[in-house]
Design a protein around this ligand. Structure first.
Ligand SMILES: C[S@@+](CC[C@H](N)C(=O)[O-])C[C@H]1O[C@@H](n2cnc3c(N)ncnc32)[C@H](O)[C@@H]1O
Length: 191
């Protein structure tokens, strides 16, 4: 973290020397990952280096599968990290997504020294989303120590949340059935 440009520049310089280079980026490299900065560096260097981006399973869908099926309808993905995005813009996006009844996936929710963004996001969501809306909290998805909790928006902040956590906030059609978080798409199940 914080050395992405340096990593991309080293990789591109090696590729210019005709070496085959792989940049490893967790989850999907195109979702808050290294794919974008590598393409930007290649363009800036004005070199003809072919870049192949191999898709992966992003934390949103990994968490969704662990929780049940909360993302079968429209959803928004928002990072709470204001390192590269101004906080005002993050707030506007949260407000819009909450108002529009999207299920919302939160990446980069908080770290030890950075708890304020999640507290602010919580207040924004509570303005538009019912407090008893299901919320899924998944830590270390697909890794050793994986944990998953289904709670409510009201109680969300009482759970353990760190930088390897993805939060899935349901929409108005999300419910908990048989211990799983499910967003109803509107199918008629009576036949
Ligand atoms: C910089 S983003 C990288 C996302 C990654 N490229 C992806 O597609 O999942 C880092 C954030 O992704 C989420 N994340 C990454 N790996 C995770 C995992 N194994 N379990 C839960 N959340 C994860 C967390 O919200 C973390 O703060």
């Amino acid at each position: 973290m914080g050395k992405e440009v340096e990593r991309a520049k080293i990789a591109v310089s090696k590729a210019i020397e005709n070496l085959q280079v792989v940049i490893v980026s967790s989850g999907d490299p195109g979702v808050y990952g290294m794919a974008g900065v590598v393409l930007e560096v290649v363009a800036q260097e004005k070199v003809n280096v072919p870049v192949e981006i191999v898709p992966g399973v992003t934390a949103a869908t990994a968490a969704s599968a662990i929780l049940g099926a909360p993302l079968v309808s429209d959803f928004a993905v928002i990072s709470l990290s204001d390192l590269l995005t101004p906080w005002e813009k993050i707030e506007r996006r949260l407000e819009a997504a909450a108002q529009a009844d999207f299920s919302i996936v939160l990446y980069n929710p908080q770290s030890q020294g950075r708890i304020e963004p999640l507290a602010k996001a919580y207040e924004i969501m509570l303005k538009h989303i019912k407090p008893d809306t299901p919320v899924g909290i998944v830590r270390q998805a697909g890794r050793e120590g994986e944990t998953a909790t289904i709670t409510t928006l009201r109680n969300m902040l009482n759970c353990e949340i760190d930088m390897v956590t993805t939060i899935v906030v349901g929409n108005s059609a999300t419910k908990v059935v048989n211990g799983k978080m499910v967003t109803a798409r509107g199918y008629d199940l009576s036949n």
